[in-house]
Design a protein around this ligand. Structure first.
Ligand code: G4P
Length: 531
């Protein structure tokens, strides 16, 4: 707020800014077209001038940062980041998620920071495995989903079949907003079911789309011997669900759009759909109460830490999602976990090709805060209130290993490196309370490569991994005294995670079940959420 701004006009501005924000992610199975769609969304949002730059940017970044050689070698994207752009009066914050399943923990955390998601489906393949899994995460968090059926310029399934599959496999109602007229070489364009106009596909894509009414469409179909497509359109216009905003916002119904990201077709529909239907920043649950986006005081939580965004500056960026109010550059905030005050001297916005100092940001926005390890995943920042946002998850590792250090003299350095990388969410570290060497835990196998690469590149530590006798880890919950009794009774199998929370290590599912039966008062969990 500038000093000249009256409280009521500041309030009105806060309301305006929050209402126009749309913070979202794209969920899909690899290859469905997420990268292409991202690129085209940014193109229409004016964030990039030429398509091809998202990929190019990725490559630049990869060549600049050695440890990412791993992802280059494997042809996958490890990095999660955020891209902000404006379109039609709205501010869009697109949170990118890694494509590979081994980094799903990152993806799940990112989904805690969005208000809606676009589900991209390949028109020929329908709902695939990973889409279904990510959809389930969105459902757990009541995140409304907008569907984009992509690749209509190729042979596609019958559109009714696709809708049917969404309804049956995801138990999600569908309401097509547009309808494809043909597919593959017969893809003519999309029919706007409400306005009863057809947008014609041409080489120039969305930017120059012509619209025709029903008479002209009939003539065109006749000319191309495609009159049966008309039946499908009429059936869709009469027989599909109407769009219902409340049902969508509650996560029961998805509006469906069709197009071809590659051919620039249908992108504007999606952006207009997000602007019209997707919710502005949502209320966010915290330990003591629910925080509303329009509260004037700023509050935020960290959902992602990323090191080496720019190796020249060896920095560590905490990505925070603003939950309420307004952030001003230079403001002092309370870091609730440590109760210390932090000055936000250089918060940053991210665009497709650059980052920029954020002088002000609003609820719904995501800003990067450079720091040297103060901020951890799940941390809350407020203007003084002691509250902690809940729900940023950590998952029990699928893989547990001991780190073998080539040079035993560097044990202290390894300990520090593991602590830092654990705080960043790259690895989980479990320190047995009997003092035996720490175990490292991973959700996906590729994370081992990332850890090995980063220990080598950034800390000069050559390590290998050894199989441990343990292959399960579970967090504990229960009455305080019960937990203490349990820890005392199982000392040799107890460890602490990076936050000092107790963790049970088990050698097998069989051994774990035995312990579970013996200690019925203890709840064992495979997901830990910040609380
Ligand atoms: P992802 O991020 O979901 O993994 O998918 P990505 O966008 O990388 O797209 C996967 C492949 O599908 C790419 O082809 C891309 O060009 C293609 N594709 C995306 N959208 C469309 C579309 O609307 N129509 C058609 N016909 N193809 C589409 P590729 O050959 O694997 O990669 P590239 O050589 O084109 O980069």
């Amino acid at each position: 707020m500038s000093s000249l701004e009256s409280p009521s006009s500041a309030e009105a501005r806060l309301h305006r800014e929050i209402e126009r924000r749309r913070t979202f992610a794209i969920i899909s199975h690899p290859d469905a077209g997420k990268t292409t769609l991202t690129e085209k969304l940014l193109l229409f949002g004016g964030a990039i001038q030429l398509a091809g730059q998202v990929r190019a940017r990725g490559e630049n970044r990869r060549t600049r940062s050695d440890w990412m050689k791993i992802e280059r070698d494997r042809g996958i994207s490890v990095v999660t980041s955020v891209m902000t752009f404006e379109y039609g009066g709205n501010v869009f914050n697109l949170l990118d998620t890694p494509g590979h399943e081994d980094f799903s923990e990152d993806t799940y955390r990112t989904l805690t920071a969005v208000d809606s998601a676009i589900m991209v489906i390949d028109a020929a393949k329908g709902i695939e495995d990973r889409t279904r899994k990510l959809f389930e995460v969105c459902r757990m968090r009541d995140i409304p989903i907008v569907t984009f059926v992509n690749k209509l310029d190729r042979e596609a399934r019958d559109p009714f079949e696709t809708l049917d599959e969404i309804e049956k496999t995801l138990a999600l109602d569908t309401a097509p907003i547009t309808w494809p007229v043909g597919s593959g070489k017969d893809f003519i364009g999309t029919y706007d079911l409400k306005r009863r106009q057809t947008r014609l596909m041409n080489e120039k894509g969305d930017d120059h789309r012509d619209e025709i009414g029903d008479d002209k469409l009939d003539a065109l179909l006749e000319q191309r011997y495609l009159t049966e497509l008309r039946e499908g359109i009429d059936l869709a216009a009469e027989g599909t669900n109407p769009f219902d905003l409340q049902s969508f916002r509650e996560g029961h119904l998805t509006p469906v759009f069709w197009g071809s990201a590659l051919r620039n077709f249908g992108i504007k529909d999606i952006l207009d759909g997000l602007a019209a239907y997707a919710p502005p920043p949502r209320d966010q649950a915290a330990s003591t109460r629910v925080v509303k986006a329009e509260e004037p005081k700023m509050s935020a939580f960290v959902f992602k830490i990323q090191a080496n965004m720019d190796p020249n500056h060896r920095d560590r960026i905490a990505f925070v999602r603003l939950c309420s109010g307004k952030l001003n550059r230079g403001m002092k905030v309370k870091h609730v976990r440590t109760q210390k005050t932090i000055g936000l001297t250089a918060p940053q916005f991210f665009f497709a090709q650059e980052r920029q100092i954020a002088d002000e940001a609003w609820a719904g926005d995501v800003v990067g805060i450079p720091n040297h390890g103060t901020l951890r995943i799940g941390d809350t920042l407020t203007e003084g209130e002691n509250l902690a946002f809940v729900g940023v998850p950590s998952f029990a590792p699928e893989i547990l290993r001991r780190v073998r250090l080539e040079d035993a003299m560097k044990a202290k350095k390894l300990k520090q490196a593991l602590q830092e990388l654990a705080e960043e969410g790259v690895v989980q570290v479990f320190r047995p309370i009997d003092g035996s060497p720490a175990l490292v835990g991973f959700v996906g196998a590729l994370q081992l490569d990332v850890l090995q690469g980063r220990l080598d590149q950034e800390y000069g530590l050559e390590v290998g991994f050894e199989v441990s006798q343990y292959n399960m880890a579970r967090w504990l919950d229960g009455e305080r005294q019960d937990v203490i009794d349990f820890q005392n009774g199982n000392r040799s199998a107890m460890a602490e995670d990076v936050d000092g929370d107790p963790v049970l290590l088990a050698t097998s599912g069989y051994a774990f079940n035995y312990i579970k039966e013996k200690w019925p008062k203890i709840r064992f969990t495979d997901v830990k959420e910040t609380q």
